[in-house]
Design a protein around this ligand. Sequence first.
Ligand code: GLU
Length: 311
Amino acid sequence: MNSLPEILASIHARIPRYWGQGAVANYIPALAQVNPRQFGMAVALLDGSVHTVGDAHVPFSLQSITKLFTFVLALRSEGDALWQRVGREPSGAAFNSIVQLETESGIPRNPFINAGALVITDILTTRYAHLDYALLGLLRRLSDAPDLHWNPQVAKSERETAHRNMAMAYFMKSHGNFHNEPELVLDNYCRQCATEMSCAQLARASIFLANGGQDLTHSGTPGERLLQPEAARRVNALMLTCGAYDAAGDFAYRIGLPIKTGVGGGMVATVPGVGSIAVWSPELDAKGNSVAARAALEMLVDATGWGTKGL
Ligand code: GLU
């Protein structure tokens, strides 16, 4: 097998063929300003090393990838009580679909679709006076990047156009599954989604999921424990079944790793026992997933065999 730097260089060289096959998200106006033809990839391994290629140090809008970290925060504070407010089944519907909420009494299918993430943000809004700082604090610690921030223009742009998310929040409130004022939760949610990180930082920040819930120091020695091993296993399982919206089945088939995607064009994937991968390219397919990032992950698992030994 080629070395990891060789594999990453070969993937990078094959990316231009995907340019133009998707489109940058434009339903959040500020996201439409991004240069579409960018590509970065980073792999953080359990020995503490981080391997990068392309635009891996360029910060991008995390969007739904933050749902992974807010879910971890909520799991830590609520434990199994969380499952009274949100399900853990794939939705088979678009990331922003409202339709299941009506037939399922305001309980969203899972924490990674918008409705479920809004409930998680509602839970965390009760828990934290300043949720943006709680989330940034966690991400700064995990990525060792003290200057991480959320982008105020992107947050404002999403907040001004968040009619559908607001509708879902009110609908869930009518069912008693929303405890704070929807306006307040939407403020927090839009700030959360506007958090920016680079692939190198994101791969580093999510390595605890590949390491049984325990972070690693930069020299690869054990760091902060975020989750017990069983909880980390469950987060990975949920990523595998629900992390790519209504394309989760296709992603499991093609790549077979726990993944969380976002409409900023980013993806994070874990290879339990091996490391964590972050990849970003802004052009999205019709289901809201990055075309080039998905292709890159597929190339990486083909070249490394990661994921073939089972999760
Ligand atoms: N902030 C986005 C929204 O609520 C996140 C969507 C995503 O990345 O899937 O629409």
